[in-house]
Design a protein around this ligand. Sequence first.
Ligand code: NDP
Ligand code: ZN
Length: 353
Amino acid sequence: MKAWVFDRPGHIEFRDVAKPILVEPYGAVLEPVLISPCSSDAHTVFGGSTPKFENHVLGHECVARVVEVASGVREFSPGEIVAVPAITPDWRAVAIQEGNDRHAEEHFSGHRLGRTRPGVFAEYFAIPDSDTTLAKIPGGVSLEQALMAVDVMTTGFTGAEAADIKTGDIVCVIGIGPVGLMAIAAAVHLGAARVIAVGSRPVCVELAKRYGATDVIDYHGGDIAAQVLSMTNGIGPDSVIIAGGGDEVFTQAVDMVRYGIGVISNVNYYGGTGNLGFPKFSGGRGMAGKTVRTELAKGGRARIQRMLNMIRYGRVDPTPLITHRMKGLESIPAALSLMNEKPRDLIKTSVEV
Ligand code: NDP
Ligand code: ZN
């Protein structure tokens, strides 16, 4: 079969690779129907990373058709189109009994597709456990909506959930790409009264308002912490969700979040090595009562079915996140480059295979 192989930094190649083998007794082989390259695929290819294994196929966001199921699979059959979570923990790992599903066996063990197992930029891919992983797409939910649920929607919701939002809170969402936009929608559903969004591109600003942002500020207009503090009488937001920006946003989040009960919930990716700056003064010299959480998206079947229910019952419609639609597996490099370059009119791409 053909697949896009990450063969060296900055480059993927369309190559013949072995078709995936069905994993007994619970696995499945699937063929992608709709794929969306993620910002993190772009970080991997263009951010200086190197391939982790031979024929390293990237990609972890797709809706796919089941081609073959192993003998122990109870709830899925060949032909069915399903949502494939980006995060696919091994639900048999012992640490899951301690509530640690995303880093159970090793760091990031929940992120397998495209990271430790071949991903979805291919004609076929395999998963080891179908019944606990794949999500049924309910009637009334489009394939594009399901595609947006598997990663960006669950990540935005994860960010908002980790922010401990209470009714009437003031929440700042830094970054209004697809993840930040879904974090805004989630913050509103969790009870935020005021949502201050930080971003600049008009296509994102317009959607941020549609998903419930009450204020939008531009980070090009000076220190965002100073802007947010002046908008909140110097008190700051009850929580800050970080979904975009470079290392400086972490420091800005500590600067702005409320003393005593403030929570910073980070789902942002910081490239490279070194440290993020924790400011001594706004950190209360270590006594400010500010909490920092760092989260990988929640995944697995039950989680994605919850996201799909939010769509099904009309609470959130992620369709407007898709601004660029392409056709054919051969469009993957173009879609990936768009995710890297972020032209002004882009939020997410989808590739119909
Ligand atoms: P995008 O690149 O599409 O969006 C980033 C946003 O951040 C844009 O709105 C951009 O503004 C804004 N931004 C850029 N620089 C700054 C700055 N200095 N200060 C404030 N805002 C800034 O990213 P995605 O929405 O796709 O993903 C967001 C992050 O989440 C990425 O780091 C991604 O890797 C990570 N991620 C994490 C996951 C997880 O499991 N934790 C899962 C998926 C993604 P502008 O309007 O100017 O473009
Ligand atoms: Zn992703």
